[in-house]
Design a protein around this ligand. Structure first.
Ligand code: ATP
Length: 320
């Protein structure tokens, strides 16, 4: 039976991570398992920045965005010598197992530690929803709320001015944030890794919306890393009857008080992580599939294709 576990957050932060830390801490303590908070991801394992957690350590944190434990990237953690150094520090502290909250890079670190004898469980924490092995990640719903609130505001002003608003949202090569925002805000177009991008076709479509459908505004939601939205806005102004305006939502998508959905998801996933470690299981990641909390080996999850959103792209097309 595991006596002491660690918990850390790694990679980009995401709203809801604090609920996961809270769930892991409270549920472990209530089962007689000691908990150590590791500051700043794998960097904290290397530097030995550990914090003994009691139930008060995680009081009043669920409504706060970001992560109470801090997050960092430590590229050297891919090296075996650094992993061994971290394991030495963990053993010195009495940490026998670990919950890692982060993205797929963090999962790979968790797998490496498990293969060296420290059971680790990965929880998907990122606003991008780009982690395989789960339908949704912790932070996605809050980022979606931020996108919807801001795009709604842009819609108000763009309809008054015969404008085409081109809005870039995050997603790191996953189109979910763009697709969900587009459906929820009633956008005219969505451009994502799944739809592909063709500049001429985009301009043609906007001309059709302006001249044939006689729309007085158009909203286009675009995933990051696809095109230069500022350049595209200029081309829209030059080549269509809309005045093109670009907005890059940027890092505001990463902040804000977590939604109830993210807090619930993080709490349920945190519970599962502790249960798995208490059963002596490591090298797994937790997910939510068809609204059931699940777990599977990390290497299996990383080899899986991302969940298809074909039905939602079809829905988008039927709503335009
Ligand atoms: P996100 O990309 O959503 O912000 P992530 O967890 O994918 O989150 P990464 O920067 O890829 O972010 O990884 C976070 C950390 O995990 C890295 O800084 C490194 O310490 C560790 N890591 C990443 N890849 C590996 C790997 N192949 N082996 C061991 N550790 C890794």
């Amino acid at each position: 039976m595991v006596r002491k576990i660690g918990v850390l957050t790694s990679g980009g932060d995401a709203p809801g991570m604090n609920s996961a830390i809270r769930a892991v801490t409270r549920i472990a303590l209530n089962n007689g398992v000691e908990v150590v908070g590791v500051h700043n991801g794998y960097k904290g394992l290397l530097e030995g920045t550990f914090e003994a957690m009691d139930r008060h350590s995680v009081s009043d944190i669920q409504d706060r965005g970001g992560t109470k434990l801090g997050s960092a990237r430590l590229p050297e953690f891919r090296e075996e010598a650094i992993q061994n150094e971290c394991i030495k520090n963990m053993k010195r502290e009495g940490i026998e197992a670990l919950v890692v909250i982060g993205g797929d890079g963090s999962y790979r670190g968790a797998l490496a530690l498990t293969q060296k004898g420290i059971n680790c469980i990965g929880l998907p924490g990122t606003i991008d929803n780009d982690i395989p092995g789960t339908d949704f990640t912790i932070g996605f719903d809050t980022a979606l709320r931020t996108c919807v609130e801001n795009v709604d505001k842009l819609r108000d002003t763009s309809s008054s001015h015969h404008r085409c608003s081109l809005v870039e949202v995050m997603g790191n090569r996953c189109g979910d944030l763009a697709l969900y925002t587009a459906i929820a805000c009633g956008a005219e177009m969505v451009i994502s890794p799944e739809t592909g991008y063709n500049e001429l076709e985009t301009l043609e479509r906007l001309r059709y919306l302006s001249d044939a459908v006689r729309k007085n505004h158009a909203l286009v939601i675009i995933s990051e890393k696809i095109c230069d939205v500022n350049a595209l806005a200029k081309k829209v102004s030059l080549n269509t009857n809309f005045s093109g305006r670009a907005t890059v939502l940027g890092h505001i998508q990463r902040g804000g008080t977590p939604t109830a959905t993210d807090r619930m998801l993080a709490s349920r996933m945190g519970e599962k992580a502790v249960d798995l470690l208490m059963e002596g299981i490591g090298g797994h990641c937790v997910g939510i599939i068809d609204n059931e909390i699940t777990s599977m080996p990390i290497d299996e999850a990383l080899g899986r294709p991302k969940k298809s959103r074909k039905h939602l792209y079809r829905l988008f097309d039927r709503l335009v």
